[in-house]
Design a binder for this molecule. Structure first.
Ligand SMILES: Cc1cc2nc3c(=O)[nH]c(=O)nc-3n(C[C@H](O)[C@H](O)[C@H](O)COP(=O)(O)OP(=O)(O)OC[C@H]3O[C@@H](n4cnc5c(N)ncnc54)[C@H](O)[C@@H]3O)c2cc1C
Length: 451
């Protein structure tokens, strides 16, 4: 449905081509996927576009590190989630950048003892999972919302469970929910946490990193880096955007600031944003997923599995790992931490993080495994131009709030970015779709004015 909607979208943008005032200037704040694709779509239709970006690099929350020259790794988004019908798959094919497929069921899971899960443990997890998801299905029909944590405590009678079972429940909740949605169970809305669309098919990793997509989108777009927006004045007909060093005016401004940045109030709107938008910014959640890449002299883990999971002895600590050997042909493991634990861990020193990761790996693979020869660690919560990894539906928010976040103001300010996508929030394809949507909105206005 989305693809056909977008195909008709691009036809309508084409229709606007001759009606777009040649001088119509669009300023785009943010050179992430949303901003770049909006710029590309509008430039193609004859608009005068300019992108301003706070960082000294492109891509925002897609960020390919070339620190290991022979093995680029993504510090932000890694995957195309669900390759079938996903516009990012089409784009990857168009630019001919290699992808490697990964599957969640190509996994090995270890128990508290560091041994692969026994059949009995696997059965217990499956039983708990079924119970939890049945309880969610029932509770989603109820009138009042609550956090997933409080539902879990009731459904599984948490307090009465022995420690070993509690650890299995934590494993389930952390690996299946907190890592995916980046919010903690106590923050996620039971009603709405999973109210999102998804593409079918496996997931794909970019061998050369998401930079392949970013560089393609950025081609021929005028972009100014190191422009940190401080105020957006939309009191007059031509909105004025001031950065810490310069001012820009344009007929229309597209804002792709991450939800975390909007929450922080570090960008001032004059006049202030209307109440429904402010309420949405406040109520929607901004979560954390952090990555720790460890590079070893040799592979000491099962070489062909995609995912390595472990029942942590401490909730949320290094529950999930990805084997990057099939992607990079180098002995690299990627460990994740999310939500509350992710936020806590990113305040540690690099040494403490690597040390903690190694303790987990030693429990799974033995004391004799070699130390890493190098590492790369992310801290998305502390990043002033992201303030978190991606948005989630928090208790107290509703999906309709994403529509409020996306609404344009006075045909002057337009809003895009993953958090504005009701169906595909928290994803790279959501950001991409939001950029196309906002470009279409601007084109539609030009068309309406011509009539
Ligand atoms: C660790 C991690 C893993 C992820 N994994 C996946 C994945 O595997 N698959 C997937 O589909 N999605 C994933 N995501 C989510 C995906 O990366 C994002 O949804 C998407 O990249 C967001 O794009 P955007 O354009 O909306 O925002 P951004 O990419 O954040 O772009 C906004 C831009 O605004 C800039 N900006 C901020 N403040 C200012 C300011 N004051 N002035 C000027 N510019 C400013 C930022 O620097 C940034 O470049 C992941 C995200 C993270 C962090």
């Amino acid at each position: 449905m989305w693809v056909s909607a977008l195909l008709s979208t691009s036809c309508r943008v084409q229709e606007v081509q001759n009606s777009a005032k040649k001088s119509q200037s669009i300023l785009i704040i943010g050179a992430g996927l949303a901003g770049l694709v909006a710029a590309k779509a509008l430039k193609k239709q004859g608009y005068e576009v300019r992108v301003i970006e706070a960082r000294d690099r492109l891509g925002g929350r897609t960020w390919t590190s070339n620190y290991w020259a022979d093995a680029p790794v993504d510090l932000g988004a890694s995957w195309i989630h669900g390759v079938e019908g996903n516009l990012l798959t089409e784009l990857a094919e168009e630019i001919d950048t290699p992808l490697v497929m990964t599957r969640y069921d190509n996994a090995i899971a270890y128990g508290q003892t560091g041994q692969p899960l026994t059949e009995a443990e696997t059965e217990t997890i499956q039983r708990l999972e079924q119970k939890f998801f049945e309880a969610i299905a029932v509770a989603q029909d109820a009138d009042t919302d609550q956090s997933l944590q409080s539902l879990l405590e009731q459904a599984i009678d948490w307090e009465a469970q022995p420690l070993k079972t509690q650890q299995l429940i934590d494993f389930l909740a952390n690996s299946m929910i907190e890592h995916e949605f980046a919010g903690s169970l106590s923050e996620l809305s039971m009603h709405w946490f999973d109210d999102a669309g998804a593409y079918s098919g496996d997931d794909a990793i970019f061998v050369e990193g998401y930079q392949a997509i970013v560089n393609h989108l950025a081609q021929d777009i005028p972009i100014e880096l190191n422009q940190i927006v401080a105020t957006i004045d939309w009191a007059t007909d031509s909105p004025k955007v001031s950065t810490t060093t310069q001012s820009f005016t344009a007929d229309q401004v597209i804002i792709t600031l991450p939800l975390g940045v909007l929450k922080s109030s570090q960008v001032q709107f004059i006049p202030a944003l209307p109440a429904p938008k402010l309420q949405a910014i406040q109520a929607l959640g901004m979560g954390v997923l952090n990555k720790c890449y460890l590079r070893f002299p040799n592979v000491f883990w099962p070489e062909q599995v995609d995912w390595i999971e472990q029942v942590a002895t401490e909730r949320g600590l290094w529950t999930e790992w990805v084997n990057l050997f099939p992607v990079t042909q180098s002995p690299i493991l990627l460990g994740f931490n999310a939500a509350t634990k992710g936020k806590e861990i990113e305040t540690w020193t690099d040494e403490a993080i690597v040390d903690s990761a190694m303790k987990t790996l030693q429990r799974l693979f033995g004391k004799d495994i070699p130390p890493p020869i190098d590492y790369q660690i992310t801290r998305w919560q502390a990043d002033p131009f992201a303030r978190g990894s991606y948005s989630f539906n928090a208790v107290g928010s509703t999906p309709a709030m994403r529509d409020r976040l996306a609404e344009s103001l006075d045909n002057q300010l337009f809003f895009a970015g993953e958090a504005t996508e009701r169906n595909y929030f928290a994803t790279a394809h959501g950001a991409y779709l939001s950029g196309l949507r906002v470009a279409q909105e601007i084109a539609d206005i030009a068309l309406a004015e011509k009539r």
